[in-house]
Design a protein around this ligand. Structure first.
Ligand code: PAF
Length: 290
């Protein structure tokens, strides 16, 4: 199906494979994988893809394989009509929106891509099996679309580490492009799950950002001991009203292993529940302080 403004909407894997194969002959193809409920963060990925590629494909698929049994698969926001209108306005060339049956015709779990070490850290520790689901669906999307470049948000820093490891290890000929986290004017990281926050919870959710800013200030002031910085981070999250901390770590952005001292590119990552909504955020630290 093609929309009024010329965006091709594809539901079948076979059709997507055929169209992408034809496209790749003479155009650089960019893929932005999403689960829909699009916001400015996704639009920044799409604009980056537009700058770097001739043809932009966006996938919209709420992937059941990456949700645990007691997680928010049912509650995950689904706004397909509004997403398509946004994607048309952005001049996206193709939207790939398969059903679960189309993506997993033999049922989920028949073949899974596991990144056992990196994938067991941060969100992978908190959400067992989550990154197996993410790696599996992204591997499938990369096979179906065959893009020159794929675009992901820095907000999902652990996901980025897992997918970079997968792409390197499985020799996918794709360039992984990571775009900065997009924030509301008060600092809250944009997330599809923010839609599930009440007005009160929306205010409380800022506790994550404030804790990260506090650690950044300490590093700017010369503190490099990751253990001390982490204690400050945990303290700030525990003191934040309405914020129930899940993890707070200072790790290598590549391996997600804890650091003893912060260095250039160290990742400060937090996850917390605000009401019944799980939120994550992170910052990448500048090099060793003065
Ligand atoms: O970041 C997301 O929205 C999802 O994890 C992704 C990469 C689209 C895979 O389902």
């Amino acid at each position: 199906m093609t929309t009024a403004m010329g965006t091709l909407v594809v539901e079948r894997v076979e059709t997507m494979q055929r169209v992408c194969r034809q496209t790749r002959w003479n155009a650089r193809l960019g893929l932005v994988p999403t689960m829909g409920a699009l916001h400015e963060g996704h639009l920044s990925l799409i604009r980056a893809a537009r700058r770097e590629c001739d043809v932009v494909a966006v996938s919209v698929f709420v992937n059941p394989a990456q949700f645990g049994r007691n997680e928010d698969f049912e509650r995950y926001p689904r706004t397909f009509e509004a997403d398509c209108a946004l994607l048309e306005r952005e001049g996206v060339d193709m939207v790939f929106a398969p059903s679960s049956a189309e993506m997993y015709p033999r049922g989920m779990g028949q073949v899974m891509v596991d990144v056992p070490e990196v994938g067991a850290r941060l969100d992978g520790r908190a959400r067992q099996g989550h990154f197996r689901g993410v790696a599996t669906v992204v591997a499938k999307l990369l096979h179906i679309v065959g893009p020159d470049a794929a675009f992901f948000g820095q907000k999902d820093a652990a996901q980025v580490a897992v997918l970079k490891a997968m792409v390197a290890e499985l020799n996918f000929p794709v360039r992984m492009v990571v775009c900065p986290t997009v924030r509301e004017s008060d600092g809250l990281a944009m997330s599809s799950r923010n839609r599930n926050l009440s007005a009160e919870e929306r205010k409380q959710a800022l506790g994550l950002w404030h804790a990260l800013v506090a650690v950044h200030a300490l590093v700017d002031g010369g503190m490099v001991d990751a253990g001390r910085l982490r204690r400050e981070l945990v303290g700030a999250l525990q003191a934040a009203p309405g914020v129930e901390m899940e993890y707070a770590e200072i790790v290598s952005a590549e391996t997600l292993l804890p650091l003893e001292e912060v260095r250039d590119g160290a990742l400060v990552a937090v996850a917390a529940r605000v009401g019944s909504t799980r939120l994550i955020d992170n910052i990448v630290l500048p090099g060793r302080a003065r």
